[in-house]
Design a protein around this ligand. Structure first.
Ligand code: PLP
Length: 426
């Protein structure tokens, strides 16, 4: 399998080459040159995430030096549960399941991709120290820090928008020390993402620091995310055969949604994919007007989705050059803060505590008529205690791995939103 640029102007690479390069030289993002087609029967007898991952990813690792390591990589990465369970009918008054992606070390779905990337890169040796550069709207940075902390040959540089992440998210970004450094950027997430892109475009700097991106622009971060959609679609089809369930995906940078659509393209029993956004509306506007136009970021309660210029739009448009084809496989809706808050409050009355991002998906589910949707729970509510606790009027229990990080001291440096500022501070 080879990986090509979404802009079609760069040579194709094998998997580890595309991972090491992060972005294509023409400024595009790497995508698989084709998608293998699977049938549910290909996975008969396989139930665990790690085994499903290995079978699904094998064609993507063909002709790659890492192919022989795929078993070891999947066993190292998929060690925590990703449960699919039915929601009690009372919660959303519909037949809905929830896929809980937040049982990893940092309590958000970003753990899957970050751990996969770390497992791949550490088996793909390079001379000297590599710098893993990551822009985060809240959760990616913590997951990447956890995945690379203490790994020899890597240092991690995290950029996050100052004052725009939750206190506990900030703790997960800044409490590592050792080979992990966090910078609070005076700007928003799109500023952080822009500085990262400038760093990659600065050829000499990129080379001296041996930069690697741990954002979902990196195919090594994104591809393993298709695994949990594939697995959940198989589990769901085995439990209730018939028309395949769709996924409602809380969407910001469009990485997780593209991973779901890749699973659909590979032939897994996936219905439609609903792109659920907060008040950041570029995707809704695109569906309405047919013209893609990034917008300034709006701050919302679902901060990890505060993205006005999602990177993975390039991969989405590459997969669906025609808007009508995109509309056949997806739908979209934007949920303003008051409805996020109301959804959290109402679900809590029935014993479900949603994080604000999951609440966006839950609200969008309400507007969908077909039975059998799966809402994707992207983070644990305890990361957003200052938003959730006042809404539901009770304390949320903190998972032990999160509690361990919260107990450590923080270190952070503030910088202006420019590459010069980063180069000066690093
Ligand atoms: C990152 C994140 C999202 C958005 O995912 P994208 O891949 O950027 O669309 C949603 N919810 C949570 C909790 C996140 O951390």
């Amino acid at each position: 399998m080879r990986y090509v640029s979404t802009r079609k102007g760069s040579p194709a690479l094998a998997f580890s080459g595309a991972v090491a390069a992060s972005m294509a030289p023409d400024g595009g993002l790497y995508v698989p040159e084709r998608f293998p087609r699977f049938k549910p029967e290909d996975f008969e007898g396989l139930n665990g995430l790690s085994e499903i991952a290995e079978r699904l990813l094998a064609p993507f690792f063909e002709n790659d030096p890492l192919a022989a390591e795929l078993h070891a990589i999947c066993s190292e990465v998929f060690t925590f549960p990703i449960p699919l369970r039915k929601l009690p009918h009372a919660v959303l008054q519909s037949d809905t399941s929830v896929l809980e992606l937040f049982h990893g070390p940092t309590a958000a779905f970003k753990d899957v991709g970050a751990r996969f990337l770390a497992a791949c890169l550490s088996r793909h040796p390079a001379p000297g120290t590599r710098t893993v550069l990551v822009a985060t709207s809240g959760d990616t940075g913590g997951a990447v820090a956890a995945a690379f902390h203490g790994r020899p040959g890597f240092e991690v540089v995290i950029l996050f928008p100052k004052g725009k992440v939750s206190a506990r998210q900030e703790k997960q970004l800044t409490a590592w020390g050792g080979n992990v450094r966090a910078f609070a950027v005076r700007g928003d997430f799109d500023d952080c993402q822009r500085v990262v892109k400038q760093a990659f475009a600065d050829e000499p700097w990129r080379k001296t620091r041996a930069l690697v991106s741990a954002n979902s622009i990196n195919i090594g971060r994104l591809l393993p995310q298709s695994v949990y959609y594939a697995a959940a679609s198989l589990w769901s089809a085995r439990m209730s055969p018939g028309s395949p369930a769709g996924f409602v995906v809380p969407t910001g940078n469009l990485g997780n949604a593209v991973a779901a659509l890749w699973a659909l393209k590979m032939g897994f029993p996936v219905g439609r994919v609903a792109l659920a956004t907060n008040a950041n509306r570029p995707i809704s506007d695109y569906f309405a007007s047919g013209v893609w136009k990034p917008a300034a970021t709006v701050s919302t309660l679902a901060n990890a989705m505060d993205v006005g210029n999602p990177s993975n739009i390039e991969r989405l448009l590459c997969l669906y050059p025609a808007l009508d084809d995109l509309k056949a496989d997806t739908c979209t809706a934007a949920v303003p803060d008051p409805l996020i808050a109301a959804t959290i409050r109402e679900a809590a009355l029935h014993g479900e505590v949603f994080c604000p991002h999951t609440a966006v998906a839950a609200h969008v589910r309400r507007g969908l008529r077909e039975p059998g949707w799966i809402i994707v729970a992207t983070a644990h509510a305890a990361k957003f205690d200052t938003i959730i606790e006042p809404l539901i009027g009770r304390k949320i229990e903190v998972p032990p791995s999160l509690a361990a990080i919260l107990a450590r001291p923080s270190q952070v440096v503030e910088i202006e939103p420019s590459l010069e500022a980063l180069v000066g501070a690093i």
